[in-house]
Design a protein around this ligand. Sequence first.
Ligand code: NOJ
Ligand code: NOJ
Ligand code: CA
Length: 728
Amino acid sequence: MRNRRVEFKKGLLCRVAGSLVVLMFIVGIIVYPSIIPVFGSAAESSDAAVSNRASFSTDVIYQIVTDRFLDGDSTNNPEGDIFDRSNLRKYHGGDWAGIIQKLNDGYFTGLGITALWISSPVENITTIDPSNSSASYHGYWARDFFRTNEFFGTMNEFQNMVNTAHEKNIKVVIDFAPNHTSTAEFGTTVFPEDGRLYRDGQLISGFKTDTRDIFNHESWTDFSTYENGIYHSMYGLADLNHINGTVDSYMKEAVEQWLNMGVDGIRADAVKHMPEGWQKNWLSGIYEENPVFVFGEWFTGGTGSDAQMEKFANESGMSLLDFRLANAIRGALGNDSITMVDLHSVIEATGADFEEVNDQVTFIDNHDMSRFMTLSGNNQRDVENAYVLLLTSRGVPAVYYGTEQYATGSSDPENRGDMPSFSTTSNACKVIGSLAPLRKTNPALAYGTTNKRWINNDVYIYEREFAGNVVLTAVNRNQSAGYNIAGLLTNLPAGEYEDVLGGILGGRNISVSAAGAVTVFELGDGESAVWQYTNHSEAAPDIGNVDPMIGKAGNTITITGRGFGAAAGQVYFGTKAAVVQSWSNSKITVTIPNATGGVKDISITTAAGTKSDTYEGFEVLSGPQAAVRFKVNNAATVYGTNVYLVGSVYELGNWDTSLAIGPFFNSTSTIGMYPTWFYDISVPAGTTVEYKFVKIDGSGNVVWESGNNHTVVTLAEGTAAVTVDWQE
Ligand code: NOJ
Ligand code: NOJ
Ligand code: CA
């Protein structure tokens, strides 16, 4: 199991820690007169600072469809048939000037929002897509990833927006869609753009005129298999061939251009539809220069486990948008299709399936599903309760613009209407405005475990806990029945607690006994409340998170948590000490030490000599990465047996067949069809790699190729493809 924090402190132990903490707090005033970090200012070095681009654990993201938010500059609005405010498929004029205006007037700050996720900023097609009569107002039909969408603004305005956001302690995440350009295939329809890709104005290729293998040419995906979704086109979108060296370097350099302007994170579009191996190599390049937070969109409609999705979340090096939790909250609070007990089961199951569940990005609605208000039959309290749940649950929450204003809309494009209002008086705004700041101050929300405390089909009471910090949340979704809450236990220290929401959703004060028993209280119809305890002095270092999720020696890694102490101590990757770049009580940055690739346990020893818990299995890559397409011909198998690859480097399992890469693909006509098998894999660049193919059956029996190992010398930069025959 990789990257999972080891939890020591449960139940009783925690209560002991709680009393200790009170003592420590008194002592703390004497022992540590002030928490002055070794480097930088206190704000800069906190885990919650905007300078922390690697971890979004304490942030609340606000998702903006740029065109639909605010038109701050009408001079950049499109002319002609792509602009029409009465048509939801056309441009409406929203832009970065509008976002700057709202940054300056404090709209986001008032809500406690600390990160914006905006539409893809890159140049898109400027014509109507004839297959669906739509303009590219949403930003998903790229043309030139090195230029701006002129209707959103210029490069200077983009830079101003990022700078303005940072001045307000708000991070900026851009949507980025490297899977495709624009639509190019739909029966006999002629597309004026032909999916053309440009590099800063220079044409690279059109789709029908593609002589350089820039695109995959496999017609539309039927979504039947993972392989089919990757190499075929999604709804006719010209599907980029990432193993092409030109596309590979284009996407690496394009994203770097935006990150070098100070962008703090990437929302990667359609990650299920690109080779994982290419994406891992792309991320490795990103993290080398700009260790930022990356989360991908792996769309799924259900709440159940999807092994391929979880494998991607656990191995690719990026987080995912957590559709499983979103669908569960929508079911439990939106249309009551599941119960609170079912919702809790999803929290438990995802907690087991995602190795870094606190890093997944959570939400209740977005631009690809009905707005929560519409789902709930226009029930405002449902929206408010859903936000209580979202903002106190594990994961990094994202609020979809307008839902805090009770905007409605069933499917795309109705769910992407103009921002209805900027008033902040609604209860939904008040819920966000009181809970978002709590994510900055109480680390139980960012890093904590989740513990069910009281449940029935309508009521869910759960506790988050980290390093002596506790947040207890109670939600009653039933708007016509209240419940008597008896027998509730908590790890909140003894005392009287006020509802963090100030009673706006009916919550009241609770009192907790020394044994952790909450006095009986009534959770009325549709009521919600949140109670919290913030620990100001930790007895020992507690690691909350390590970000980014992967990296090679020399990269900067950010460790967040509590109790690291003011003075620099030591950080170990396995037994190797890392060079410390900065150190504060809640955030440490270090350089990944030179070590062979593999999973390493990270631990901290404070200056005072106290050891932390172990953060298990951080993935150190063997070196800079390159994507290689491995192909083997004539590998005949019986039904149920698949081909995998294993080799001499960590990325290829170090000859351990239980870590072999695959199963390989074999059903793509332009790349490989059975008995030819292929797979795109991220391997160390500029390295001699030995490898062999293996056949593994459904019970795990392994048959090796005979003969000598195959050898490939990977390029220092760029992609490669190697093809060999199976050695019988
Ligand atoms: C998923 C996006 O969220 C959706 O809105 C878009 O149309 C597709 N990917 C294609 O980019
Ligand atoms: C075992 C395989 O059988 C062999 O082919 C390969 O060369 C070695 N592993 C590498 O150590
Ligand atoms: Ca405009």
